[in-house]
Design a protein around this ligand. Structure first.
Ligand code: ADP
Ligand code: GLC
Length: 491
């Protein structure tokens, strides 16, 4: 097999800047591809939060000129570094006006008004960077709407550019809800011919839909679990693009995300009180006690402790949790929640703490150390998502012997095996319908099992910890997709 030159272009990458799972994927997949022998490189924006000193980033000499159509040529700089604990090069596009801000996509609550220009600029700059460093990619791997203009550009304004004549493009959808829907004047900024402004390409409701255009033009389309690949072709999960995706389903494949076990293993996690493994769970009990202490909950080892970590967004099923929280508080359990997002939810859950201080605790904000501590110290992990392309937290939970309670959707359904009370088999508790009743009933089922069938719970914890969701297999699947895309491109 040939060694491929792969450029992964993403709007966030761990550990430099992260708001969600995309960053985890963009930080981990390249390392595994590198270990498979490929020349893989990553590029992301140099946001204000990316610390140049901490990561010893080196400036690349000279500027990059980025043609922004009707906005004229714009200039930026670039930095170079390595993904931590690896030799994978990562490049950062530096533009003070676009990226020298506190947030990645918004100011805390409202999206930046120029996100269209910011990410079209970033995508174009990534292509200019290839020329600057003389890296002719076999594969341009775009992720989500932010970089979905890459396949479009490759087929249109860069179609006659010899530098990219052998380059194929892959687009990965991590979340179909966000599509990058903008005014039609963006066509002129992108410098894409107006004949592309049609409903079979990137026009949608009179505007430009970047993700739609990316789906149209990419050589291969992936999403982050097989089930989600099916779901996005239906009305319930398609966010209006289901017919368009159906039309491109011949190039669609679902590849489940892996997790980085260097970061998320209870046997070597420096954030947690005590390390542990499937053979010796005593450290987990210490972690649970530490978590109860830290959050002011009653220190009881016999009570089931349920964790929640995630964006407080509708997607994550937080409204369902809010509906049933009163009922749940009447059960003998404890809940710790970590999250930030929608204002109503931040207020609502903070208020629940005042009403049930012994049983419910929360940290509103983003905190990686606490995320690890919740994974390690909880008995169950609640993830009642309305939709979940893959989900990483349920995979982290398995690694820490924390049994996921999930809605059977997307990657949650693909990765969690439901408990069977007859045999004791399973790795978690699942429910089908996105209703408060189903959620309440499933949490109660888990809690009842905890009290009535403790030996099943212990066996499930151990089974969960033995599951393996590393990147090795998934990276090989991406490798196949890359070769396939190249084959299509080059004939
Ligand atoms: P999504 O990408 O939809 O947010 P995932 O489950 O794929 O969902 O990934 C979420 C990632 O973000 C996980 O690594 C999770 O630990 C992390 N995360 C989410 N919210 C927080 C938070 N408030 N504090 C720390 N980490 C968080
Ligand atoms: C998205 C999805 C999540 C997925 C992550 C990484 O943010 O919501 O399910 O795990 O991307 O692919």
């Amino acid at each position: 097999m040939n060694r491929l030159k792969i450029l992964i272009v993403a709007s966030e990458v761990v550990p430099f800047a992260k708001t969600g799972g995309l960053a985890d994927v963009a930080g981990a997949l390249p390392k595994t591809l590198f270990s498979l022998g490929h020349d893989v490189r990553v590029v992301m924006p140099r946001y204000y939060v990316v610390d140049r000193q901490k990561y010893s980033l080196q400036p690349i000499e000279g500027e990059l000129g980025v043609p922004m159509g009707s906005m004229g040529e714009m200039w930026c700089g670039a930095y170079e570094g390595k993904l931590p604990n690896s030799d994978v090069p990562i490049y950062f596009i530096e533009h003070e006006g676009f990226f020298g801000r506190k947030g990645l996509y918004n100011d805390g609550h409202y999206s930046y008004g120029d996100n269209d220009n910011r990410f079209v600029f970033f995508s174009k700059a990534a292509m200019q960077l290839c020329k600057k460093i003389d890296f002719k990619p076999d594969i341009l791997h775009a992720n989500d709407w932010h970089t979905a203009s890459l396949p479009i550009l490759l087929n249109t304004s860069f179609a006659n550019d010899e530098f990219f004549e052998k380059t194929a493009s892959i687009l990965t959808i991590h979340n179909l809800q966000y599509q990058g829907h903008f005014y039609k004047g963006l066509m002129d900024v992108m410098g894409v011919p107006w004949e592309e402004f049609n409903p079979l390409s990137l026009e949608s409701f009179g505007g430009v839909n970047l993700l739609k255009g990316g789906i149209t033009h990419c050589d291969m389309l992936t999403t982050v679990s097989p089930k989600y690949a099916e779901e996005i072709q239906t009305k319930a999960f398609g966010w209006g693009l289901e017919h368009h995706i159906q039309g491109h389903s011949h190039k669609l494949i679902g590849i489940i995300n892996g997790i980085d076990y260097d970061e998320w293993s209870p046997s070597c996690d420096s954030y947690i009180k005590a390390t542990f493994s499937a053979d010796d769970l005593s450290g987990k009990a210490e972690c649970k006690q530490a978590l109860q202490q830290q959050f002011g909950l009653i220190e009881r080892d016999d009570v089931p402790l349920i964790g929640f970590v995630g964006r407080l967004a509708e997607q994550k099923g937080i409204a369902l949790v809010a509906h049933v929280i009163g009922g749940l508080m009447h059960l003998d359990l404890q809940i710790v929640l970590l999250g930030a997002g929608e204002m109503w939810a931040e207020r609502f859950f903070s208020d629940i703490v005042n009403r049930y201080p012994d049983k419910f605790a929360c940290y509103i904000g983003y905190n990686n150390a606490i995320a690890h501590q919740i994974e390690a110290g909880s008995d169950f992990f609640l993830m009642p998502s309305l939709f979940e392309p893959c989900g990483l937290n349920q995979l982290y939970s398995l690694s820490y012997g924390t049994l996921p309670i999930v809605r059977a959707t997307g990657g949650l359904d693909d990765t969690i095996e439901n408990y069977d009370p007859k045999t004791g088999e399973g790795t978690g508790f699942k429910f089908e319908f996105a209703t408060g009743d189903a959620l309440y009933g499933t949490v109660k089922w888990a809690v009842d099992t905890w009290y009535e069938n403790p030996e099943h719970i212990i066996a499930m914890k151990k089974r969960a910890m033995k599951q393996h969701f590393g990147w090795d297999d998934s990276a090989k699947d991406y490798e196949k997709v890359y070769y396939y895309a190249l084959g299509k491109r080059r004939g």
